[in-house]
Each structure stands twice: as C-alpha cells, then as structure tokens.
Design a protein around this ligand. Sequence first.
Ligand code: FES
Length: 281
Amino acid sequence: MTVSEQVEQGRRVEPRPATKPPGSAKSGFGATLRVDRWIIKPGLIAFGLIAFIIYATVSAVFAIPGAFLGIDYAAEGYHSPFFGIAIGETVLPAWFSPAILVLWIQVFFRATCYYFRGAYYKAFFMDPPACAVGEPTIHRKYGMENRFPFILMNAHRFALYLAFIPLAVLWWDLVLSVWHDGSLRLGIGVFLIAADAILVSLYVFSCHSFRHLVGGGIDCFSCTANTRRRHGIWQRVSAWNQYHGVWAWASLFSIVLVDLYVRALALDIINSGTPIIGGFL
Ligand code: FES
C-alpha cells in the first residue's frame, strides 16, 4: 500500500514537507497589496523585545553587588523579580548572578510561547514580515519547526511545567514583601509586586498549552462531573487566552517596573524622605 493510500485511509498522518512551501502572499520580500502601514506593528515589537532583552541582561547579570554595576537587587525587603527569592545567593561566587538560576526557565518559556513566536518570527525573521506581505525567497529552504533549532519550539508544554516554579517563587516573594520585619505592610512595593504576580499568572494560565492541559484529550465535556468541571475551567482559561498577547506584554512591563522600583530603593533615589511617597515604601 502506498503512503498516499495509507493517508487516505487514516492509517498514517500526511508527512510534513521538508521545507517551507510558498505562501499565498505576493512573492518577494515586502511585496504586498496592503495599503496600510503594516510595518509599524512588527517594528514596535522588534523595538520592545530588543529593549527588554538588553534591560533584562544588564539588570539580571551585571547589576548585582559583586559584578560590573554593583547595584543591589534587594531593598526594604523587596526583591527584583529577575532574582526571585535569590535562591543560592549565599553559596554562589559574588560575581555570579543568582538570577541565572531561574532566568533560563523564563527565557525557555517565553521564547517558545506561541504568541511570542508569532511576534518575533515576523519582527526578526520576516517570516513573513506581516500578514499578506511577501517574505524573502530564502525562506523556501527553511525547514520550519521540523528541524533543529526550531524543533525545540515543540517543547513548549514542558517549558510551561517549569514556569510554575518561578511563578510560585514570585507569589512567595509577595508574601515576604507583605510580611516585613514581623508585621504586615502595604506599601508601593507590595502593590507593584502584587500587580506583577497577577499579570505573570494571567500570562502563564492563559497559555495555549495550559488550555490544552485542562481541556484537551476529552471526547465528551458533558459526560461526567469531572469532565464538566474541566469544561468550566477550560472556558475560563479560553477567555483569558483571547488576551494572551496582552498578558505577555503587560507582564514584561510589570517585571521591569518592579525591578526599577527595587533598584531605585537600593540606590537611595527613593527613600523614606522622598516627598509624598516616602511614607508608603
Ligand atoms: Fe504563550 Fe504558552 S502559548 S506562554
């Protein structure tokens, strides 16, 4: 029996093409019938991602007490979210940033995210530059996510399982921020870390792989109490999932905001003598 006969009878899945087939957009890099300024969106995404990558690298790797910039990542009982609760800081050499211990999980998770893939494939690889816009013909040789290194994108669900670890650390960090020096406090830092924990949670729990985790692999949603319960969770996750890109960006901004706040405290740019906010640190 030939492969095509097996495919027809459902005994075999159609083999994926080894290289990318030509798309339906006009051929040639940038060729399009679109009359709007389609370049603005991928341009903004490229700018935002490059800015975040540079900021995160400098802050998480070089802005620690024993390294190049020598700035503390903790102040007034708050931690920068790049460092979590700074696991291992006491046993690591001073020049080694403890952020690296958890940051690789964040990079793995966000780099394989379905939303970010769509965004940075367009912004950085022009694959395609935007919907209905022609891409470089060299992409015809591209083996898509069937070959190394992009085949690693298929590991996103495992990145999701790992992402629960820094998320739990983030919420624990919030608890430590609220319970400070043996008493409760509600300061600006607590508010910022709480907002960050909520936005990162919305990003993680609106993940497409999480949506599959709670609602996938079921033939009948209404058959048992358990599947009905899973259907309810799946509907909630699906509602969050519609805004997955929003949570993706909002959580990046909130991470930077908390980091900036902690660094400002560490550098004494903000302190208890600062007008208006000094009493609510
Ligand atoms: Fe974006 Fe999973 S699809 S985090």
